[in-house]
Design a protein around this ligand. Structure first.
Ligand code: EPZ
Length: 441
């Protein structure tokens, strides 16, 4: 296991390009199961979760080839047909996915327990293979993470679900369109049901659908494959089932959470950073809160140009489903608030246990008190470096942000959490002048 060692206090300077969005890339990879043939996915982020998901899909017979240094050997079996117009550009992050032949429909516990997003194979598998055996994800650090809404929706579409030794066993004839009202606007639940509905007989309407931009990105990919979907980006999705989908090329949207993370890092170090390829149009709630806190930045097309700010002001934040403030930015914003003037009340409404970064930030001299799903942050003049432990993906990012501003040295352990959602974070921060290095713990 590696650790990251940071000498804090250096204002970040320079330009950082945002990568493809993990939470769009994963459902889009799952959706390739719906259409036999070769898909070309562009702007894919180089992340541990992507590599994990490739293993899951590989178990089902999906084959891969990649350009752009994803790491790992190119696909070993017969040469994949290259997309029209010649081989993939070796520099671009393109993932070639051949889902022609499915030889399995199981997502085993060993994988699902490390990456719950693997449940995203459920909808596509029951639609294409009429069966699936997917391990229940089990809880994770931030919460119980049930999938009852996924299963309720699939049953409404005629899928027979049984739970057997921790696995969801799903069997179906051809799925039938259904009217589904979600109790919660679940992101992957909406994605699973939308994917399943694309090949169902008749029309499916999903009410209270998640409106996260990554759900819309998946919907656009499905439409590019020939799916018929109305209401993309709204809380009501109408999917008219078709008989078959065809493989396609698609460019994954960029990562609004990665962009927000670098914005927090630039702001807390009083740096001057240009964040390029940012999905600015999908970041309004985040940008508004940074502005309210006194962070100085301007927007130019898809770049966020951050200027050194004066002192920051504590502002209250409540995480909400999109278009509200995203829960995936809560920990990073909290790190920024530890050095803001006054108090900030941060309310987490999505997950029941997403304050694990608090004790670690307090070890660095922050003053944060948690009561239920509220955290009261009282700004301090500075933080002090300390050895701290990452517990989940976004909590790890908040410790890096705090370490960049803290006096002296911060050592962050268990940084494998970071690798799941941030492509080359240490490299990108070092390129911005941060004094940090990654080394074996
Ligand atoms: C997605 O998780 C994201 N992951 C999460 O990002 C993100 O935090 C979350 O949406 C909320 O925005 C991916 O897209 C791969 P939910 P998901 O289903 O779909 C409850 C990251 O850091 N719920 O919208 O699992 C659930 O317990 C990750 O990149 C049910 O009760 O989240 C939670 O409290 C972390 N029953 C709330 O809803 C269900 O059937 C929202 O969960 C489904 C969910």
């Amino acid at each position: 296991m590696d650790k990251i060692v940071i000498e804090g206090g250096v204002p970040l300077e320079g330009e950082v390009a945002i990568s493809g969005a993990k939470n769009a890339a994963l459902p889009i990879m799952a959706a390739t199961l719906l259409a036999p043939g070769v898909h070309y996915l562009h702007n894919m982020p180089r992340l541990a979760d992507i590599r994990t998901f490739k293993r899951v899909l590989g178990l089902m017979g999906v084959q891969f080839e990649e350009g752009g240094g994803h790491g790992g050997p190119p696909h070993q079996h017969q040469e994949l047909p290259h997309r029209p117009g010649g081989p993939p550009d070796p520099e671009e992050d393109v993932l070639v996915v051949d889902a022609s032949r499915l030889t399995g429909w199981m997502a085993p516990y060993e994988v699902v327990k490390t990456m719950r997003a693997a449940v995203l194979v459920l909808g596509p598998l029951v639609a294409r293979a009429r069966q699936a055996s997917v391990s229940l994800p089990g809880g994770c650090a931030i919460g119980a993470r049930p999938i009852d809404q996924h299963l309720k929706g699939l049953e409404a579409m005629g899928v027979k679900i049984t739970l057997n030794q921790g696995y969801v066993e799903a069997k179906a004839k051809r799925l039938e369109g259904a009217e589904i009202i979600l109790d919660i606007p679940t992101v992957t639940g909406t994605e699973n049901l939308m994917m399943a509905a694309t090949l169902a007989e008749g029309t499916t309407v999903i009410h209270n659908a998640a409106q996260e931009p990554e759900v819309a990105d998946l919907a656009r990919f499905l439409v590019a494959m020939g799916a018929r979907i109305e209401g993309i980006g709204t809380e009501r999705l109408t999917i008219h089932g078709v008989n078959a989908l065809t493989p396609t090329s698609y460019r994954v949207m960029s990562d609004r959470i990665e962009a927000g993370t670098y914005l927090a890092a630039a702001a807390i170090t009083r740096g001057r950073v240009s964040i390029t390829n940012a999905p600015v149009g999908e970041m309004s709630a985040v940008l508004e809160k940074f502005q309210e806190a006194g962070v100085r930045f301007t927007i130019e097309n898809s770049s966020i140009l951050v200027e050194p700010s004066g002192s920051l002001t504590g502002v209250d934040v409540k995480t909400l489903p999109y278009p509200g403030f995203p829960t995936d930015m809560q920990a990073q914003f909290m790190a920024l608030m530890t050095l803001a003037k006054g108090a900030s009340i941060i309310t987490e409404t999505i997950f029941e246990n997403r304050f694990m970064h608090v004790p670690e930030l307090n070890r660095m001299g922050a003053d944060i008190a948690v009561s239920g799903n509220h955290a009261v942050v009282r700004g301090r003049r500075h933080l002090l470096g300390a050895p701290v432990m990452a517990t989940d993906l976004r909590a790890s990012a908040s410790l890096v942000i705090a370490g960049l501003a803290a006096k002296n040295t911060t050592e962050i352990h268990r940084v494998y959490h970071l690798d799941r959602g941030y492509a080359r974070l240490a490299e990108k921060l070092a390129a911005l002048g941060a004094r940090l290095k990654r080394m074996p713990a």
